[in-house]
Design a binder for this molecule. Structure first.
Ligand code: SF4
Ligand code: SF4
Length: 539
């Protein structure tokens, strides 16, 4: 990992480059590009041009007809996606989006302005697909597709987290995330991808989850957390795996199973389901809610999404309950219906505890755990003691995909208000639709681009810092597994003293369970407020 400057020494240079943007080449330097996809991972999912290569090399080992492949690929997608054609044609370069991207704010690089990021592709479109561009060339904003242009695409389409914040401010609704998605898809036609995406895609395709966890290890990990819960409150939980005929299949990102602090959120899931005596099962095959196919191509997104439903069919469940994940929900709510059609072989989800019918899941047959829990609380089905979170002063990060992508704003806040006494919002303009990205979504949560991540995460961190200074906030909650992983180093860098949690970790802390012993610690083993002395005596 390239060394990064200390937070106080990080300089953001907003000065314009001395040369026009089309004459300013992309310069690859450590900390600003992710390692390329390994040949074995590209091969594993049958994607084109597997080879070992480096962005630092002059020769990127492209196929001899690379230009034809890209232009044919662009033509095919212009025919297929009407939005792409529209987004290529209607930008008036008003600049309303220019300063809305967290990567531009944190880097000062004009090519991270959404309008310019899109222009990288749009200029090529004009040259080959518009009359004005063909005749007038540069005067019409058109440019030739060259290897340098391709390198620029690789750099800047992997410096966009597909968060869609820019689209919110565009008077025409141009969604630069969609342009990035197509840009990455075109790059993938030449084998230009990053390993932090290709590795998880290959693992998910073969083993069912991004981390490549084998079924027995997946089961062992969850059973390890069963022991941990028993150590905290004396309650023994007995989850089932691959159980045919269960009412509900539960799927969550594998990050919750293997990476702190997501693991504490997973403990909260286990406790909640046990307390409800829910008829559910885990699957050791559909052991991933996340979908890094979304960051690769539409086809790969569809393949990985289908796995969850194939497993639901095999097990004969009625519907699927999904854990705290971000892009799993964007894939399901924005793309699945048109990609694969409704999951009609499943039943419309109904909470077996409250009888609530989740009309919003009529087509997908998949309910987000936070809305499930909010419904439980609203119907008075949980015994909660929010004072068990009194040692925490909590704020909430609206993860881009469920919030901006799905309009999922109220349910997380409703749960938070019921499970903790000290909840504080970040400033307006940085929450809900206008939330700032964590800086590392869309498969950019890899350590070799840590400086880029810290820059991209600056606006988010800045808003958290405001809550720390104003309200003494020490915990940042969210409902996305990538966020739980990436916000932790972001807080350590910009706002030391603030930890990161999932909402169901806080639910697990507050949940009063039948047969529990006296609670002295939270799920992390930290003493509850007023229990510090009891804990010290135990030690
Ligand atoms: S706000 Fe929309 S129309 Fe204006 S420059 Fe950005 S993308 Fe183009
Ligand atoms: S989608 Fe997000 S990361 Fe991409 S250009 Fe827009 S604001 Fe920036």
């Amino acid at each position: 990992m390239a060394a990064i400057p200390k937070a106080k020494d990080l300089v953001i240079d907003y000065a314009l480059p001395k040369t026009p943007w089309w004459d300013t080449p992309a310069v690859f330097r450590p900390g600003y590009f992710a390692y390329p996809g390994k040949a074995k991972n590209v091969t594993a999912v049958g994607m084109p041009n597997p080879r070992e290569w480096s962005p630092l090399d002059d020769d990127w080992k492209l196929p001899h007809n690379w230009k034809e492949i890209i232009l044919d690929g662009l033509r095919e997608r212009l025919d297929k996606f009407r939005t792409l054609k529209l987004f290529m044609d209607i930008c008036v370069r008003c600049g309303a989006c220019a300063d809305k991207c967290h990567f531009y704010i944190g880097s000062g690089d004009p090519k991270n302005m959404p309008v310019l990021r899109a222009e990288l592709l749009r200029s090529v479109y004009r040259k080959d697909f518009t009359l004005a561009g063909k005749i007038m060339g540069k005067m019409a904003g058109a440019r030739e597709l060259t290897e340098d242009v391709l390198k620029e695409w690789f750099m800047y389409f992997f410096q966009c987290t597909e968060c869609r914040r820019c689209s919110l401010f565009c008077p025409y609704g141009i969604d630069t995330a969609e342009i990035t998605i197509i840009g990455r898809e075109l790059l993938n036609l030449l084998g230009l991808n990053i390993d932090w995406i290709m590795g998880p895609v290959a693992n998910c395709y073969h083993n069912g989850n991004h981390l490549g966890i084998q079924p027995h290890a997946f089961k062992d990990m969850i059973e390890f957390f069963v022991d941990e819960i028993e150590a905290v409150n004396g309650v023994r939980i007995n989850p089932t795996f691959n159980r045919k005929g269960a009412e509900i299949l539960f799927i969550t990102p594998s990050g919750d199973v293997f990476a702190d602090p997501g693991t504490y959120t997973l403990m909260g899931y286990l406790m909640l389901f046990h307390e409800l005596d829910l008829d559910y099962t885990w699957s050791t095959y559909a052991s991933e809610g996340g979908n890094f196919g979304f960051f690769t191509s539409h086809e790969m997104m569809k393949r990985l999404n289908s796995k969850m439903y194939a497993e639901a069919k095999r097990l004969g469940v009625k519907w699927i309950l999904g854990g705290e994940c971000g892009h799993m929900w964007r894939v399901i709510n924005q793309y699945m219906d048109t990609m694969t059609g409704p999951a009609d072989f499943l039943e419309e989800p109904v909470s077996p505890i409250t009888g609530t019918k989740f009309e919003n899941a009529k087509s997908t047959k998949m309910v987000h755990l936070v809305e499930f829990t909010a419904d439980l609380i609203k119907n008075n089905k949980l015994k909660l003691d929010p004072s068990r979170n009194d040692h925490l002063r909590v704020t909430y990060h609206d993860s881009c995909n469920p919030s901006r992508g799905m309009g999922f704003f109220e349910e997380p806040r409703y749960v938070l208000h019921n499970v903790c006494n000290n909840f504080f919002e970040m400033p307006a303009g940085t929450t809900r639709e206008q939330t700032f990205c964590c800086g590392a979504g869309s498969g950019l949560n890899t350590d070799e681009i840590m400086e880029l991540r810290m820059r991209g995460g600056l606006p988010r961190a800045n808003a958290v810092k405001w809550t720390q200074e104003k309200h003494d906030v020490n915990m940042l909650s969210c409902i996305c597994a990538i966020d739980r992983a990436v916000l932790t180093p972001l807080m350590d860098y910009w706002v030391p003293g603030v930890g990161v949690t999932g909402i169901h970790e806080l639910v697990g802390n507050a949940l009063v369970m039948e047969g529990e012993t006296e609670r002295t610690t939270d799920l992390r083993g930290e003493p509850l407020a007023g229990m510090e002395e009891a804990e010290n005596e135990d030690l």
